[in-house]
Design a protein around this ligand. Structure first.
Ligand SMILES: [Zn+2]
Length: 291
């Protein structure tokens, strides 16, 4: 997908500026973190559904890998926030200490393309530095709070209820953990926050993690959904698939088999449970149903 427009130019200039200098020049962030790439409009929201799902990821493709079964549903309006361009991953994948402009830029384009194809009403890609998100929690909290105000103002009805899907407290990646902390700091006490299980290496690991928490939710999958995620990832993240940073076989294997296929989400005990109405809308199951 080709992107153009005035708001994108600073990114291009920034990437062009740091590219000859190598990876180390990425920190501190050379670009204004408040310079957000934004697509879409809240006013497209369906007024008959009072929920809105906000997916929040540290890097391009985190949401797709961790929450595809939820992100692909079409019943509840959704938006995406991605906090970094994933520029370090792009550089590492090339086995080079240099960041190529095209690689950084492609990851941004892929993130927006994917969110658009998944039907996101609003997509925001921030320019916070990959691997250094823990230094930018205030900026993330501010972006999240602005999102909420704009969402409420953009809806015709004012009682829109947000459900946030993001990384979890168990996630060992420092960027993922920083995003989790920012979401918890920004979320209102009555906002349910579901955590994606990206790190699990197999369905049994996801089940094991689910057993350790008070509440685990899941969405049942099948072969059609597995085929759908494979097609989506190869269409929307071709460079990541080509580099092997997205392993399609592994992603599909991790989701399970045609007979047992579930994508898990965890909920801490100190946040509100998912509203029953929301669960019914999306056919979300709970752990108790698995035992
Ligand atoms: Zn990530």
């Amino acid at each position: 997908m080709a992107l153009s427009g005035r708001t994108l130019e600073p990114i291009r200039e920034w990437a062009a500026g740091i590219a000859p200098l190598g990876l180390d020049s990425l920190a501190p962030c050379a670009l204004d973190p408040t310079d957000l790439i934004q697509r879409g409009d809240f006013s497209q929201g369906d007024p008959s559904v009072r929920y809105h799902i906000l997916f929040v990821g540290a890097h391009p493709d985190d949401i797709e890998l961790g929450a595809f079964f939820l992100a692909t549903q079409e019943v509840v309006p959704k938006s995406f926030i991605v906090f970094s361009h994933g520029e370090v991953g792009a550089a590492r994948a090339k086995d080079a200490r240099r960041v190529r402009v095209e690689d950084v830029w492609t990851r941004v384009e892929e993130a927006i393309d994917s969110a658009t194809k998944l039907g996101a009403r609003k997509t925001i890609v921030a320019s916070l530095p990959d691997t250094k998100l823990f230094k930018h929690k205030d900026a993330m909290v501010s972006i999240l709070r602005d999102f909420r105000s704009n969402l409420v103002n953009g809806y015709d009805h004012k009682d829109v209820e947000l459900v946030v899907v993001t990384h979890g407290p168990f996630d060992l990646h420092s960027d993922h953990f920083a995003v989790y902390e920012a979401v918890r700091a920004a979320a209102r006490p009555n906002t349910p926050v579901l955590h994606m299980v990206i790190q699990a290496s197999a369905p049994s690991a996801a089940e094991e993690l689910a057993r350790k928490t008070d509440t685990a939710y899941f969405i049942e999958g099948d072969q059609t959904k597995i085929t759908k995620i494979r097609d989506h990832l190869s269409n929307c993240f071709p460079t990541q698939v080509a580099r092997g940073t997205i392993d399609l076989d592994k992603v599909c294997r991790d989701l399970g088999t045609a007979a047992v296929c579930r994508q898990f989400f965890l909920l801490s005990s100190d946040v509100p449970p998912l509203p029953t109405e929301f669960m019914d809308l999306l056919n979300i199951g709970t752990r108790s149903e698995t035992t």
